[in-house]
Design a protein around this ligand. Structure first.
Ligand SMILES: [Zn+2]
Length: 427
Protein backbone atom coordinates (compact mmCIF):
# COMPACT_ATOMS: atom_id res chain seq x y z
CA UNK A 1 0.00 0.00 0.00
CA UNK A 2 2.57 2.54 1.11
CA UNK A 3 5.02 1.37 -1.48
CA UNK A 4 2.44 1.78 -4.20
CA UNK A 5 1.90 5.39 -3.07
CA UNK A 6 5.63 5.82 -3.23
CA UNK A 7 5.76 4.56 -6.77
CA UNK A 8 2.79 6.70 -7.80
CA UNK A 9 4.67 9.70 -6.45
CA UNK A 10 7.74 8.69 -8.42
CA UNK A 11 5.75 8.26 -11.57
CA UNK A 12 4.10 11.63 -11.13
CA UNK A 13 7.43 13.38 -10.87
CA UNK A 14 9.14 11.68 -13.74
CA UNK A 15 11.71 10.10 -11.46
CA UNK A 16 10.84 6.70 -12.87
CA UNK A 17 11.68 7.96 -16.33
CA UNK A 18 14.85 9.41 -14.94
CA UNK A 19 15.80 6.14 -13.34
CA UNK A 20 15.24 4.39 -16.63
CA UNK A 21 17.54 6.84 -18.31
CA UNK A 22 20.18 6.59 -15.61
CA UNK A 23 20.12 2.84 -15.67
CA UNK A 24 21.15 2.23 -19.22
CA UNK A 25 20.79 -1.50 -18.81
CA UNK A 26 18.71 -4.32 -20.25
CA UNK A 27 15.76 -5.61 -18.26
CA UNK A 28 15.11 -9.36 -18.03
CA UNK A 29 11.82 -10.22 -16.38
CA UNK A 30 11.28 -13.53 -14.60
CA UNK A 31 7.79 -14.93 -14.34
CA UNK A 32 6.72 -18.34 -13.13
CA UNK A 33 3.12 -19.38 -13.62
CA UNK A 34 0.09 -17.56 -15.00
CA UNK A 35 -3.29 -18.74 -13.73
CA UNK A 36 -6.98 -18.04 -14.43
CA UNK A 37 -8.41 -14.72 -13.26
CA UNK A 38 -9.50 -14.90 -9.65
CA UNK A 39 -7.53 -18.06 -8.87
CA UNK A 40 -6.21 -17.99 -5.33
CA UNK A 41 -4.58 -21.42 -5.14
CA UNK A 42 -0.86 -21.78 -4.56
CA UNK A 43 1.86 -19.31 -3.64
CA UNK A 44 0.76 -15.91 -4.97
CA UNK A 45 4.42 -15.06 -5.60
CA UNK A 46 4.50 -17.81 -8.20
CA UNK A 47 0.98 -18.04 -9.66
CA UNK A 48 0.09 -14.73 -11.27
CA UNK A 49 -3.54 -14.12 -12.35
CA UNK A 50 -3.76 -13.64 -16.10
CA UNK A 51 -5.46 -10.24 -15.98
CA UNK A 52 -2.61 -8.75 -13.99
CA UNK A 53 -0.05 -10.45 -16.19
CA UNK A 54 -1.73 -8.96 -19.27
CA UNK A 55 -1.69 -5.46 -17.77
CA UNK A 56 2.02 -5.76 -16.96
CA UNK A 57 2.91 -6.94 -20.44
CA UNK A 58 0.89 -4.18 -22.11
CA UNK A 59 2.82 -1.69 -20.02
CA UNK A 60 6.07 -3.40 -20.90
CA UNK A 61 5.26 -3.35 -24.62
CA UNK A 62 4.46 0.39 -24.41
CA UNK A 63 7.65 1.31 -22.53
CA UNK A 64 10.32 -1.11 -23.71
CA UNK A 65 11.57 -2.78 -26.85
CA UNK A 66 10.96 -6.43 -26.03
CA UNK A 67 13.35 -8.76 -27.84
CA UNK A 68 14.24 -12.46 -27.50
CA UNK A 69 16.57 -13.22 -24.58
CA UNK A 70 19.31 -14.56 -26.84
CA UNK A 71 19.18 -11.46 -29.01
CA UNK A 72 19.54 -9.39 -25.87
CA UNK A 73 22.57 -11.39 -24.76
CA UNK A 74 24.08 -11.12 -28.24
CA UNK A 75 23.75 -7.35 -28.01
CA UNK A 76 25.40 -7.35 -24.60
CA UNK A 77 28.22 -9.51 -25.92
CA UNK A 78 28.73 -7.17 -28.87
CA UNK A 79 28.73 -4.10 -26.63
CA UNK A 80 25.71 -2.75 -28.57
CA UNK A 81 23.18 -0.45 -26.92
CA UNK A 82 20.55 -2.12 -24.76
CA UNK A 83 18.86 1.10 -23.73
CA UNK A 84 15.14 0.51 -23.21
CA UNK A 85 15.48 -3.18 -24.10
CA UNK A 86 13.70 -5.98 -22.22
CA UNK A 87 13.29 -9.76 -22.45
CA UNK A 88 10.61 -11.96 -20.92
CA UNK A 89 11.38 -15.30 -19.26
CA UNK A 90 9.40 -17.94 -17.38
CA UNK A 91 10.91 -20.42 -14.94
CA UNK A 92 9.69 -23.96 -14.20
CA UNK A 93 7.55 -24.60 -17.31
CA UNK A 94 4.16 -24.62 -15.60
CA UNK A 95 1.14 -25.59 -17.67
CA UNK A 96 -0.34 -22.14 -17.02
CA UNK A 97 2.63 -20.58 -18.79
CA UNK A 98 1.80 -22.48 -21.96
CA UNK A 99 -2.00 -22.35 -21.83
CA UNK A 100 -2.52 -18.82 -20.47
CA UNK A 101 0.66 -16.75 -20.75
CA UNK A 102 1.78 -17.67 -24.26
CA UNK A 103 -1.55 -16.73 -25.89
CA UNK A 104 -1.23 -13.26 -24.31
CA UNK A 105 2.33 -12.97 -25.61
CA UNK A 106 1.25 -14.06 -29.07
CA UNK A 107 -1.56 -11.51 -29.06
CA UNK A 108 0.82 -8.72 -28.06
CA UNK A 109 3.53 -9.93 -30.44
CA UNK A 110 6.10 -10.42 -27.68
CA UNK A 111 8.85 -13.10 -27.65
CA UNK A 112 9.75 -15.17 -24.59
CA UNK A 113 11.99 -17.88 -23.21
CA UNK A 114 10.50 -20.65 -21.06
CA UNK A 115 12.97 -22.49 -18.82
CA UNK A 116 11.82 -26.09 -18.49
CA UNK A 117 12.81 -28.57 -15.76
CA UNK A 118 13.74 -31.52 -17.99
CA UNK A 119 12.47 -34.32 -15.73
CA UNK A 120 9.32 -32.49 -14.61
CA UNK A 121 6.88 -32.80 -17.53
CA UNK A 122 4.24 -35.38 -16.69
CA UNK A 123 4.63 -35.01 -12.91
CA UNK A 124 1.02 -34.54 -11.91
CA UNK A 125 1.73 -33.93 -8.23
CA UNK A 126 3.35 -30.59 -8.99
CA UNK A 127 6.50 -28.95 -7.62
CA UNK A 128 7.37 -29.39 -3.95
CA UNK A 129 6.98 -25.70 -3.08
CA UNK A 130 3.35 -25.83 -4.21
CA UNK A 131 2.53 -28.72 -1.84
CA UNK A 132 0.01 -27.45 0.76
CA UNK A 133 1.98 -29.00 3.67
CA UNK A 134 5.17 -27.28 2.48
CA UNK A 135 3.38 -23.99 1.89
CA UNK A 136 1.95 -24.10 5.40
CA UNK A 137 5.33 -24.84 6.98
CA UNK A 138 7.56 -22.45 5.04
CA UNK A 139 9.45 -19.62 6.73
CA UNK A 140 12.47 -17.83 5.26
CA UNK A 141 14.80 -19.72 7.63
CA UNK A 142 13.29 -23.13 6.91
CA UNK A 143 13.35 -22.49 3.18
CA UNK A 144 17.03 -21.65 3.49
CA UNK A 145 17.61 -24.98 5.21
CA UNK A 146 15.63 -26.87 2.58
CA UNK A 147 17.69 -25.32 -0.20
CA UNK A 148 21.02 -26.02 1.47
CA UNK A 149 20.99 -29.06 3.80
CA UNK A 150 18.22 -30.73 1.78
CA UNK A 151 19.71 -29.45 -1.51
CA UNK A 152 16.36 -28.19 -2.81
CA UNK A 153 15.52 -31.87 -3.40
CA UNK A 154 11.75 -32.45 -3.66
CA UNK A 155 11.98 -35.99 -2.29
CA UNK A 156 14.09 -35.03 0.74
CA UNK A 157 11.99 -31.97 1.57
CA UNK A 158 8.56 -33.58 1.35
CA UNK A 159 9.82 -36.63 3.28
CA UNK A 160 11.32 -34.43 6.01
CA UNK A 161 7.99 -32.66 6.36
CA UNK A 162 5.95 -35.86 6.26
CA UNK A 163 4.09 -34.34 3.33
CA UNK A 164 2.26 -37.25 1.73
CA UNK A 165 0.38 -37.09 -1.51
CA UNK A 166 -1.77 -34.00 -1.78
CA UNK A 167 -5.04 -33.42 -3.62
CA UNK A 168 -4.24 -32.88 -7.30
CA UNK A 169 -3.33 -29.22 -7.95
CA UNK A 170 -5.30 -27.27 -10.59
CA UNK A 171 -4.13 -28.04 -14.15
CA UNK A 172 -2.31 -24.70 -14.51
CA UNK A 173 -0.27 -25.37 -11.35
CA UNK A 174 1.61 -28.49 -12.53
CA UNK A 175 4.55 -28.85 -14.96
CA UNK A 176 3.39 -28.77 -18.57
CA UNK A 177 3.51 -32.01 -20.55
CA UNK A 178 5.94 -32.38 -23.46
CA UNK A 179 3.10 -31.88 -25.94
CA UNK A 180 2.77 -28.26 -24.74
CA UNK A 181 6.52 -27.69 -24.65
CA UNK A 182 7.15 -29.13 -28.10
CA UNK A 183 4.24 -27.21 -29.64
CA UNK A 184 5.51 -23.96 -28.15
CA UNK A 185 9.02 -24.63 -29.43
CA UNK A 186 7.64 -25.30 -32.90
CA UNK A 187 5.70 -22.02 -32.70
CA UNK A 188 8.89 -20.07 -32.04
CA UNK A 189 8.97 -19.87 -28.25
CA UNK A 190 12.54 -20.25 -27.03
CA UNK A 191 12.88 -23.20 -24.65
CA UNK A 192 15.70 -22.96 -22.14
CA UNK A 193 16.99 -25.37 -19.50
CA UNK A 194 16.07 -25.06 -15.82
CA UNK A 195 18.06 -28.14 -14.74
CA UNK A 196 16.84 -31.76 -14.74
CA UNK A 197 15.35 -31.99 -11.24
CA UNK A 198 15.36 -28.45 -9.85
CA UNK A 199 17.83 -29.16 -7.06
CA UNK A 200 20.26 -26.59 -5.61
CA UNK A 201 23.17 -26.92 -8.04
CA UNK A 202 25.80 -25.56 -5.66
CA UNK A 203 25.11 -28.48 -3.30
CA UNK A 204 25.66 -31.21 -5.92
CA UNK A 205 28.81 -33.14 -6.89
CA UNK A 206 30.22 -32.97 -10.41
CA UNK A 207 28.40 -36.07 -11.70
CA UNK A 208 25.04 -34.82 -10.44
CA UNK A 209 25.82 -31.39 -11.83
CA UNK A 210 26.37 -32.90 -15.27
CA UNK A 211 22.93 -34.50 -15.20
CA UNK A 212 21.35 -31.18 -14.25
CA UNK A 213 23.17 -29.13 -16.87
CA UNK A 214 24.11 -31.41 -19.80
CA UNK A 215 21.69 -34.34 -19.68
CA UNK A 216 18.83 -31.90 -19.10
CA UNK A 217 19.67 -30.12 -22.35
CA UNK A 218 19.80 -33.43 -24.23
CA UNK A 219 16.37 -34.45 -22.91
CA UNK A 220 14.86 -31.13 -23.96
CA UNK A 221 16.45 -31.35 -27.40
CA UNK A 222 15.11 -34.89 -27.89
CA UNK A 223 11.60 -33.85 -26.89
CA UNK A 224 11.37 -30.54 -28.76
CA UNK A 225 13.89 -30.83 -31.61
CA UNK A 226 15.05 -27.37 -30.57
CA UNK A 227 18.52 -26.94 -29.18
CA UNK A 228 18.36 -25.02 -25.89
CA UNK A 229 20.95 -22.24 -25.60
CA UNK A 230 20.09 -20.55 -22.30
CA UNK A 231 20.11 -21.84 -18.74
CA UNK A 232 18.28 -20.68 -15.59
CA UNK A 233 19.76 -21.62 -12.20
CA UNK A 234 17.15 -23.31 -9.95
CA UNK A 235 16.21 -20.97 -7.08
CA UNK A 236 18.58 -18.50 -8.73
CA UNK A 237 21.42 -20.15 -6.80
CA UNK A 238 24.83 -20.36 -8.47
CA UNK A 239 28.52 -20.13 -7.64
CA UNK A 240 31.69 -19.97 -9.76
CA UNK A 241 31.89 -23.78 -10.11
CA UNK A 242 28.29 -24.07 -11.31
CA UNK A 243 28.70 -21.10 -13.63
CA UNK A 244 31.85 -22.65 -15.12
CA UNK A 245 30.05 -25.93 -15.73
CA UNK A 246 27.16 -24.18 -17.46
CA UNK A 247 29.50 -22.20 -19.64
CA UNK A 248 31.68 -25.21 -20.47
CA UNK A 249 28.59 -27.19 -21.53
CA UNK A 250 28.07 -24.67 -24.32
CA UNK A 251 25.21 -22.50 -23.11
CA UNK A 252 25.39 -19.02 -24.57
CA UNK A 253 23.88 -17.41 -21.47
CA UNK A 254 22.57 -18.15 -17.99
CA UNK A 255 20.15 -16.20 -15.82
CA UNK A 256 20.07 -15.77 -12.04
CA UNK A 257 17.52 -14.20 -9.73
CA UNK A 258 19.98 -11.50 -8.67
CA UNK A 259 18.09 -8.23 -8.83
CA UNK A 260 19.32 -5.70 -11.35
CA UNK A 261 19.69 -4.64 -14.96
CA UNK A 262 22.33 -5.87 -17.41
CA UNK A 263 24.99 -3.90 -19.26
CA UNK A 264 27.87 -4.89 -21.52
CA UNK A 265 29.87 -5.26 -18.29
CA UNK A 266 27.52 -7.95 -16.96
CA UNK A 267 28.73 -11.55 -17.16
CA UNK A 268 26.59 -13.50 -19.67
CA UNK A 269 26.47 -16.58 -17.40
CA UNK A 270 25.19 -14.71 -14.37
CA UNK A 271 22.67 -12.32 -15.88
CA UNK A 272 20.41 -10.42 -13.55
CA UNK A 273 16.67 -10.60 -13.60
CA UNK A 274 13.71 -8.94 -12.03
CA UNK A 275 11.65 -11.64 -10.42
CA UNK A 276 8.07 -10.38 -10.72
CA UNK A 277 6.22 -10.78 -7.41
CA UNK A 278 2.62 -11.71 -8.17
CA UNK A 279 1.26 -9.20 -5.68
CA UNK A 280 3.04 -6.19 -7.15
CA UNK A 281 0.82 -3.22 -8.06
CA UNK A 282 0.88 -1.75 -11.53
CA UNK A 283 2.53 1.47 -10.34
CA UNK A 284 5.12 -0.50 -8.39
CA UNK A 285 5.78 -2.67 -11.43
CA UNK A 286 6.61 0.39 -13.50
CA UNK A 287 8.97 1.91 -10.95
CA UNK A 288 10.51 -1.36 -10.12
CA UNK A 289 11.17 -2.29 -13.76
CA UNK A 290 13.07 0.99 -13.99
CA UNK A 291 15.41 -0.16 -11.23
CA UNK A 292 13.73 1.69 -8.36
CA UNK A 293 13.00 -0.76 -5.60
CA UNK A 294 11.98 0.45 -2.17
CA UNK A 295 12.37 -1.50 1.00
CA UNK A 296 9.61 -1.03 3.55
CA UNK A 297 9.60 2.64 4.46
CA UNK A 298 8.75 3.84 7.96
CA UNK A 299 5.37 5.47 8.44
CA UNK A 300 6.49 8.54 10.33
CA UNK A 301 9.84 10.12 11.15
CA UNK A 302 11.16 10.10 14.70
CA UNK A 303 11.17 13.86 14.42
CA UNK A 304 10.06 16.39 11.85
CA UNK A 305 13.09 17.88 10.14
CA UNK A 306 13.60 21.02 8.09
CA UNK A 307 15.24 19.87 4.86
CA UNK A 308 16.71 22.00 2.09
CA UNK A 309 17.02 20.29 -1.29
CA UNK A 310 19.52 21.86 -3.71
CA UNK A 311 19.16 20.19 -7.10
CA UNK A 312 19.32 21.65 -10.59
CA UNK A 313 17.31 19.03 -12.46
CA UNK A 314 13.58 19.85 -12.12
CA UNK A 315 12.21 16.31 -12.22
CA UNK A 316 14.70 15.06 -9.71
CA UNK A 317 14.15 18.03 -7.39
CA UNK A 318 10.38 17.54 -7.43
CA UNK A 319 10.82 13.85 -6.78
CA UNK A 320 13.16 14.42 -3.84
CA UNK A 321 10.85 17.02 -2.29
CA UNK A 322 7.93 14.62 -2.61
CA UNK A 323 9.84 11.77 -1.03
CA UNK A 324 11.07 13.87 1.90
CA UNK A 325 7.54 15.23 2.42
CA UNK A 326 6.17 11.72 2.36
CA UNK A 327 8.50 11.00 5.24
CA UNK A 328 6.77 13.79 7.14
CA UNK A 329 9.48 16.47 6.93
CA UNK A 330 9.30 20.18 6.10
CA UNK A 331 11.00 20.58 2.77
CA UNK A 332 12.24 23.62 0.87
CA UNK A 333 14.03 23.40 -2.44
CA UNK A 334 16.12 25.56 -4.70
CA UNK A 335 17.29 24.83 -8.22
CA UNK A 336 20.56 26.69 -8.66
CA UNK A 337 23.71 27.81 -6.95
CA UNK A 338 22.82 31.50 -6.62
CA UNK A 339 19.55 30.77 -4.81
CA UNK A 340 21.17 28.18 -2.60
CA UNK A 341 24.00 30.53 -1.74
CA UNK A 342 21.51 33.24 -0.77
CA UNK A 343 19.34 30.86 1.24
CA UNK A 344 22.33 29.66 3.22
CA UNK A 345 23.49 33.23 3.92
CA UNK A 346 20.10 34.27 5.17
CA UNK A 347 18.81 31.25 6.97
CA UNK A 348 21.23 28.36 7.17
CA UNK A 349 20.29 27.86 10.81
CA UNK A 350 16.72 27.02 9.83
CA UNK A 351 17.68 23.69 8.29
CA UNK A 352 18.49 20.41 9.96
CA UNK A 353 19.68 18.75 6.74
CA UNK A 354 20.92 19.94 3.34
CA UNK A 355 20.58 17.58 0.40
CA UNK A 356 23.14 18.97 -2.03
CA UNK A 357 23.57 17.86 -5.61
CA UNK A 358 27.32 17.68 -6.28
CA UNK A 359 26.74 19.11 -9.74
CA UNK A 360 24.88 22.46 -9.90
CA UNK A 361 25.92 24.38 -13.00
CA UNK A 362 28.98 24.85 -15.18
CA UNK A 363 30.68 27.04 -12.61
CA UNK A 364 29.50 25.66 -9.29
CA UNK A 365 29.23 22.43 -7.43
CA UNK A 366 27.76 21.38 -4.13
CA UNK A 367 31.29 21.58 -2.77
CA UNK A 368 31.18 25.39 -3.10
CA UNK A 369 28.22 25.40 -0.71
CA UNK A 370 30.04 22.96 1.54
CA UNK A 371 32.98 25.40 1.69
CA UNK A 372 30.63 28.28 2.38
CA UNK A 373 29.15 26.53 5.42
CA UNK A 374 32.49 25.28 6.63
CA UNK A 375 33.90 28.82 6.34
CA UNK A 376 31.35 29.98 8.91
CA UNK A 377 33.11 27.81 11.46
CA UNK A 378 29.85 26.72 13.12
CA UNK A 379 29.88 23.12 12.02
CA UNK A 380 26.80 23.44 9.78
CA UNK A 381 28.61 21.66 6.97
CA UNK A 382 27.99 18.52 9.04
CA UNK A 383 24.31 18.78 8.08
CA UNK A 384 25.14 18.15 4.41
CA UNK A 385 24.29 15.01 2.48
CA UNK A 386 25.62 15.03 -1.07
CA UNK A 387 23.58 13.51 -3.89
CA UNK A 388 25.11 12.15 -7.10
CA UNK A 389 24.09 10.37 -10.26
CA UNK A 390 25.13 6.86 -11.21
CA UNK A 391 28.58 7.77 -12.44
CA UNK A 392 30.89 10.41 -11.03
CA UNK A 393 34.27 11.73 -12.13
CA UNK A 394 37.46 10.82 -10.30
CA UNK A 395 37.73 14.44 -9.19
CA UNK A 396 34.23 14.41 -7.69
CA UNK A 397 35.03 11.16 -5.93
CA UNK A 398 38.15 12.75 -4.40
CA UNK A 399 36.22 15.81 -3.31
CA UNK A 400 33.52 13.64 -1.75
CA UNK A 401 36.14 11.74 0.16
CA UNK A 402 37.82 14.91 1.36
CA UNK A 403 34.50 16.37 2.55
CA UNK A 404 33.85 13.25 4.65
CA UNK A 405 30.14 13.79 4.08
CA UNK A 406 27.67 10.96 3.33
CA UNK A 407 26.40 10.44 -0.21
CA UNK A 408 23.03 9.37 -1.60
CA UNK A 409 23.14 7.95 -5.08
CA UNK A 410 20.18 8.80 -7.30
CA UNK A 411 17.75 7.23 -7.69
CA UNK A 412 17.47 6.24 -4.05
CA UNK A 413 14.60 4.62 -2.23
CA UNK A 414 12.34 6.21 0.31
CA UNK A 415 13.90 3.95 2.90
CA UNK A 416 17.44 5.04 2.06
CA UNK A 417 16.43 8.68 2.26
CA UNK A 418 14.70 8.10 5.58
CA UNK A 419 17.74 6.41 7.10
CA UNK A 420 20.09 9.09 5.84
CA UNK A 421 17.99 11.98 7.16
CA UNK A 422 17.66 10.39 10.59
CA UNK A 423 21.36 9.66 10.70
CA UNK A 424 22.49 13.17 9.76
CA UNK A 425 19.92 14.93 11.95
CA UNK A 426 20.86 12.68 14.83
CA UNK A 427 24.49 13.83 14.51
ZN1 LIG B 1 12.47 -22.66 -10.70
Amino acid sequence: MLSSLYYSALRGTGLTALARRLRDGALILCYHDVVPAGSSEGDPAVHLPVERFTRQLRWLRDHYTVIPLLELTARLAAGASVRGVAAITFDDGYTGTFTLALPVLRQLGLPATVFVVAEAPGQLEGFWWDHPVVAAAVTPERRQGWLTELRGDAQLITTALGAGSAPAPPPTHVPAGWNFVAAAAAAGIDIGVHSATHRTLTMLDDAELEREIKTAAEIIYTRTQAEPAAFAYPYGIWDPRVRRAVRATGYRAAVTLDYGLNTSATDLWSLRRLNVPASISQAAFAGWAAGVRPTAPPLAPARRLAVLVVEDEDNVRRGMVLLAKRLGHDVMSVGNFAEAHQRLNEAAERYDVFLLDVHLDDEHTGFDLFEQLRGEGRGRERRIVFTTGDSISARTRDELQRSERPVLRKPFSLHELSEMLERVAGG
